[in-house]
Ligand binder design. Structure first.
Ligand code: ARG
Length: 232
């Protein structure tokens, strides 16, 4: 038996930003749903726990919340494992591969190189790997960091911004669901891996989560969840 502490007895408490479809979002009935929600429930079940999701928090507060402790045990929120974040929190084994996408209006004739200029406004979600990608690769563009992914896409749709950079699976999902007037101009092969953020102060929890993840991979649950949410 791995030993670990929990914020609330019998409960795996997760903190996330909830505007990241199909990983975590609020459906028409007000329920928090998505791939990560199902995965967190499956992990909790393997651990003999239930899972609770805290109310929405801005993405750039998730790693600090886990680092600080006391409020949430984990953050499963499509969080990419990065060296910078590993300075503050530990991560489970990776559970999904991802890349970035550069989104523009479907009617636009931009090439990626056209975007590296001050007159171009490029939206991103604050503190994400997409945000960092813009700073490194389109340093002359006017970067517009936003709390909410949908607000960025709306802005590209209405012409307030010329582009947005966000995780490819989210771009594909949200364009297909709600933004048929936008297109993916470029798939950016950043080679990211999503992991579950946990505190360095709770190493038994990381081990227990990795055990649960391994079972979920082995017993076919992971394949079922990918089929359900991505159709692949
Ligand atoms: N994978 C990207 C990152 O880690 C974006 C994650 C955004 N997640 C969210 N729930 N809004 O920076």
């Amino acid at each position: 038996e791995a030993s670990y502490t929990l914020v609330k007895e019998g409960v795996l408490t997760n903190v996330a930003e909830l505007g990241f479809s199909p990983f975590e979002y609020i459906d028409e009935d007000g329920n928090t749903v998505g791939f990560d929600v199902d995965l967190s429930n499956a992990i909790a079940e393997k651990m003999g726990l239930t899972c609770e999701w805290l109310p929405n928090q801005a993405f750039d507060t998730l790693v600090p919340t886990i680092k600080q402790g006391g409020k949430a045990d984990i953050s499963i929120a499509g969080v990419t494992i990065t060296d910078e974040r590993l300075e503050d929190v530990d991560f489970s084994d990776p559970y999904l591969n991802s890349n970035q996408a550069l989104i523009v209006a479907a009617s636009s004739s931009y090439a990626t190189d056209d975007l590296d200029t001050e007159e171009i406004q490029i939206a991103c979600q604050t503190g994400t790997t997409g945000d960092a990608w813009i700073q490194e690769n389109l340093p002359n563009a006017t970067r517009v960091p936003l709390a909410d992914v949908t607000a960025g896409m709306m802005g590209v749709s209405t012409g307030s911004y010329q582009a947005m950079v966000i995780d490819l699976p989210v771009a594909q999902n949200m364009l297909a669901q709600s933004f048929s007037d936008l297109k993916v101009l470029e798939e950016i092969p950043t080679g990211e891996q999503y992991g579950i953020a946990v505190s360095y102060d709770n190493p038994g929890l990381k081990d227990a989560i990795n055990d649960a993840l391994a079972q979920i991979e082995e017993d076919g649950t992971m394949d079922e969840l990918k089929q359900k949410w991505f159709g692949t």
